[in-house]
Design a protein around this ligand. Structure first.
Ligand SMILES: Nc1ncnc2c1ncn2[C@@H]1O[C@H](COP(=O)(O)OP(=O)(O)OP(=O)(O)O)[C@@H](O)[C@H]1O
Ligand SMILES: [Mg+2]
Length: 267
């Protein structure tokens, strides 16, 4: 999609080294470069420990690279003042793996979803907030009345919908989803993937979608980057990479992957 538009995010030669006890170093990211175009869903796949979450955290400015850079709409992410970074936060939201751990159990669902609205420049009235939260709940397939309930009253799949509603309430330009469906069983994963595709179609969402599961990536991503041991091995249109992987490692990942063809069935 929109391949010729200026990238929303550009990752340039990104490396992250962690110092381990005993003076050793771990190269969690090694010279990774990629870009995400507006409206695109870029999948990142690779086995546990290959650096996917490290990449996600750095793109969200939750961690800093050892070297390299991230450009957000052309601007150096790590040169932004804290104030400017805060101002842009609403445009960059994250969905985490564990929908329960990331939802405050003491807050009602409506308050949880409304929370990022404080990042908006305009001050919304209480009624306007309630209206937006109700519409967002319906967008993710829950009921407006569910806002009065608490996270523990929902299933895992419903909690992930709540996390998605919270991530989308400010209408962010970019959503980074890190294993957003991995904790869910296959049917619920399929529902959430359909929901994300639907929300993308309706709201023009741009996503960096991280998963260790190639079947999930195949369902949702326009392009896919394959990572191994901190490096980006290959990147290209999802169908092309899946049908004709350039790298032996990708071939082995594909061979190990059960297919999720049933995800294509209508809801
Ligand atoms: N704060 C940290 N300190 C030291 N090492 C770290 C730190 N964070 C991550 N690592 C290491 O960096 C490597 C990459 O970790 P990362 O969490 O990015 O992997 P991942 O691809 O997200 O794995 P998973 O699929 O299991 O979530 C791992 O070897 C991990 O142990
Ligand atoms: Mg991870």
């Amino acid at each position: 999609m929109s391949g010729n538009r200026a990238p929303l995010v550009e990752v340039i030669g990104l490396s992250r080294r962690y110092a381990l006890p005993g003076g050793r170093n771990l190269q969690a990211l090694d010279n990774v470069s990629l870009s995400v175009a507006p409206g695109e869903i870029l999948g990142i796949v690779g086995e546990s420990g290959c650096g996917k979450s490290t990449l996600a955290r750095i793109v969200m400015a939750l961690d800093r690279p050892t070297s390299g850079n991230v450009l957000l709409e052309g601007d150096d992410l790590f040169a932004l003042s804290p104030r400017e970074l805060a101002r842009r936060r609403r445009n960059f939201q994250m969905i985490f793996q564990d929908p329960y751990g990331s939802l405050d159990p003491r807050m009602s669902v409506a308050r949880i979803i409304a929370e990022p609205l404080r990042l908006l420049p305009e001050r919304l009235s209480r009624a306007e907030k309630a209206k937006r939260v109700a519409a967002m709940l319906e967008d993710v397939g829950l009921r407006a009345e569910d806002g009065a309930r608490f996270p523990h009253e929902f299933s895992g799949g419903q909690r992930q919908r709540i996390a998605i509603a919270r991530a989308l309430i400010t209408r962010p330009k970019l959503v980074v989803a890190d294993e957003a469906t991995s904790a869910l069983d296959l049917t619920v994963q399929a529902q959430i993937l359909r929901l994300l595709r639907d929300l993308r179609a309706r709201h023009g969402l741009t996503m960096l979608f991280i998963s260790h599961n190639l079947g999930v990536i195949e369902e949702i991503a326009d392009r896919v980057g394959v990572m191994q041991a901190g490096r980006l091995l290959e990147i290209g249109p999802t169908a092309a990479v899946m049908e004709n992987p350039r790298e032996e490692y990708t071939r082995r990942l594909l061979a190990a992957e059960p297919t999720l063809d049933f995800l294509e069935q209508p809801a």
